[in-house]
Design a protein around this ligand. Sequence first.
Ligand code: COA
Length: 159
Amino acid sequence: MNIEYRSTAPDRDQIRDLFATTGWNRTFKASPEELIRAVANSQFVIAAYEDEKLVGFGRVVTDGVLHAMIYDMIVHPLFQGQGIGAQILNGLVKICREARIRDIQLFSAIGKRVFYEKNGFEARPVEGPGMQFKPGTNRKLGLQMESFEQQDPGHKVQQ
Ligand SMILES: CC(C)(COP(=O)(O)OP(=O)(O)OC[C@H]1O[C@@H](n2cnc3c(N)ncnc32)[C@H](O)[C@@H]1OP(=O)(O)O)[C@@H](O)C(=O)NCCC(=O)NCCS
């Protein structure tokens, strides 16, 4: 097996197909264009290929100084358990460390905790957990904020 690692974004169809292996898009309902925009808006990417087929992926979103979040760690099911995930994860961590980013975090999917622990991560303390927004529970936001369809997808933070 000859795996090549690249730090450039994969093409739209390849990331769509790899993302589809996870089932996550049943929740996100992202179009291929939105997926590739998420990748393009990430600061660091590592993509693994075998014979030009995308078999692994991971990306980092960061402020470049204090915090970095690793997202979308995916290895194609036929290629799992061969060290590709570890190569991608450690590659992303190395890039963040070289950029002197202080804090590197991620959310472990269910059943993947040991994979991350084997690669230098530890779970946050129970009294300081990661938190995620729960749509439909905060009336103060107003109902029009509850649906992604009604939001401007091009909205960006003002520089
Ligand atoms: C999680 C994932 C990226 C791991 O990639 P991988 O290429 O299969 O992992 P590796 O082969 O590099 O494994 C590295 C080490 O972690 C261990 N490991 C990997 N997955 C594990 C799991 N689910 N539970 C326990 N240990 C695991 C391996 O045994 C290996 O251990 P070793 O160093 O002692 O040999 C891959 O399983 C995947 O894409 N899963 C589906 C998508 C997903 O859930 N991603 C995580 C999002 S948070």
